[in-house]
Design a protein around this ligand. Structure first.
Ligand SMILES: Cc1ncc(COP(=O)(O)O)c(C=O)c1O
Length: 458
């Protein structure tokens, strides 16, 4: 069978789009549409790529890849990453539960996030997870809960490095410098609060401060930004260390934010410039860490380093399949043609009108046909739902299957129920095998949380 590669998991065979060895048209017949599809082998390959890039550049100590479960919280997906040896970054009690159900050992879990309550801190300590502190209050809660459990809370300080000298503007909000936004956005412990926290942590008998955590997010793909971020992280770590009598973190976590080459970043204003390779990113982070620790007289040997990739790991592991239900055409008032599909912007985390398509797209059953027609691909809800304006497509008809590419990160977990629509299911492909790993919702699911007070029951 003729196979033309599109990218790692995707190929064209006999005019159809394949994910690994599964025909997408067959998948839609078996599982229906709309449908998310995830490639197991590509996810494994991406994970190994992260691991080898960081291991290569950090001979000083261990490397632990901690995928951010928020990017794809499906339990079967998480189990793949657990089999690969990944730790897990979680936010809040739900994601903590997801990581445990995904088979992650408690000690490989890192509980992140602002305003953690007593319950999630207790549960984290109880299962042996590490707590990434976001405030002095959380430190006190850790002591109280660890004492009551008779355990030790392993904690990290999530700090806010100040990149004073960095002029680069944010891709989210051009006009604002990243060094300003990383200070004003809420994440992390304000520097004025973290400095006294170090010595306080040393006094607490049930708390063990094990490391430092930073997460900048996706302000930029530029390596100079990452370099400054890590360098200033070490400067602040040195200040904390001095106040703690020479404490040296055993674990340094650099969070997520590494872009995927295929990510269209719908929420970023400045996009479309190339990002670094994973190797360059790993090299920049590790050399900034190594050099600045040396400059500060901190011993880097044996330090465990971690990253928490979300989109960089998952983005190109998934596609979304949707069927054309109707093609309509205006010829009287102005020329316009629409392909009406059974998915929606509310399942895809996009909104409004974008000149540039949010996703690359192909017609999965017509991969051998020229794109000779212009149509708008429009979704299901009562919104305008302009998923792709002026899409170039082959002659399109009811029953065609459109594939939106690179939908593997943050899309499925952000899907909503607008218009009381049940959200789509997800299929996992491994070679020629395809398994449903999240069933599609039903209308009963949509209304499952509704409660009718007795006075309205009649
Ligand atoms: C603490 C933390 N780590 C990792 C990530 C993953 O980021 P990304 O998907 O950009 O790699 C996030 C995302 O918000 C985060 O908040």
């Amino acid at each position: 069978m003729f196979a033309e590669k599109i990218n790692e998991p995707l190929s064209i065979r006999n005019g159809h789009l394949f994910v690994e060895d599964c025909d997408c048209v067959e998948l839609t017949r078996r599982f229906g549409t709309p449908l998310f599809v995830v490639s197991e082998n590509h996810l494994r390959a991406n994970f190994r790529h992260y691991q080898s890039a960081f291991k290569k550049h950090w001979p000083e100590g261990r490397v632990r890849i901690m995928p951010a479960i928020k990017a794809n919280p499906i339990i079967a997906v998480r189990r793949i990453l657990t089999e690969e040896g990944g730790g897990c970054d979680v936010f809040g009690p739900g994601e903590l539960e997801g990581a445990l159900r995904g088979g992650v050992a408690g000690e490989d879990i890192s509980v992140n996030g602002s305003i953690k309550n007593r319950e999630v801190i207790r549960r984290a300590i109880d299962v042996g997870a590490r707590v990434v502190l976001d405030s002095p209050r959380e430190l006190e809660l850790c002591e109280e809960e660890a004492a009551s459990l008779g355990k030790i809370a392993r904690v990290m300080f999530r700090i806010k490095p100040h990149m004073k000298e960095l002029e680069t503007e944010s891709d989210f909000a051009p006009g604002f410098k990243i060094c300003y936004l990383t200070q004003v956005i809420k994440y992390g412990i304000p520097t004025s609060e973290v400095l006294p926290m170090g010595p306080r942590a040393m006094e607490l008998p049930h708390v063990e401060p094990v490391g430092i955590h930073i997460h900048m997010g996706r302000h930029s793909k530029k390596l100079e930004v990452w370099e400054s971020w890590v360098r200033n992280c070490v400067y602040l770590t040195k200040e904390i260390s001095d106040l703690m009598g020479g404490w040296v973190p055993q674990e340094m976590d650099f969070g997520g934010g590494f872009p995927s080459a295929s990510d269209h970043d719908p929420d970023v204003v400045v996009k479309g410039y190339p990002g670094p390779s994973l190797d360059e990113y790993a090299q920049t982070i590790t050399s900034a860490l190594r050099d600045t620790m040396k400059e500060c007289g901190l011993d880097a040997s044996g330090i465990l380093i971690e990253v928490e990739p979300g989109r960089g790991l998952h983005c190109d592991t998934g596609i979304h399949l949707t069927s054309v239900h109707n093609v309509k055409e205006e010829t009287a008032t102005l020329p316009r043609k629409w392909a009406e599909v059974d998915t929606s912007e509310v399942f895809l985390g996009v909104q409004g009108v974008s000149e540039e398509p949010y996703f690359n797209y192909v017609v999965a059953n017509k991969m051998d046909q020229e794109s000779t027609h212009k149509l708008d691909i429009v979704g299901l809800t009562c919104n305008a739902e302009m998923l792709v304006i002026d899409a170039s497509l082959p002659e399109t008809e009811r029953g065609d299957v459109i594939a939106l590419l690179d939908t593997g990160s943050y899309i499925e977990p952000m899907a909503a129920n607008f218009n009381a629509l049940p959200r789509p299911g997800t299929v996992l492909v491994s070679g020629a095998q395809a398994d449903l790993i999240k069933r599609p919702e039903t209308v009963d699911d949509v209304f499952a949380r509704d409660i009718i007070p007795a006075r309205l029951a009649g």
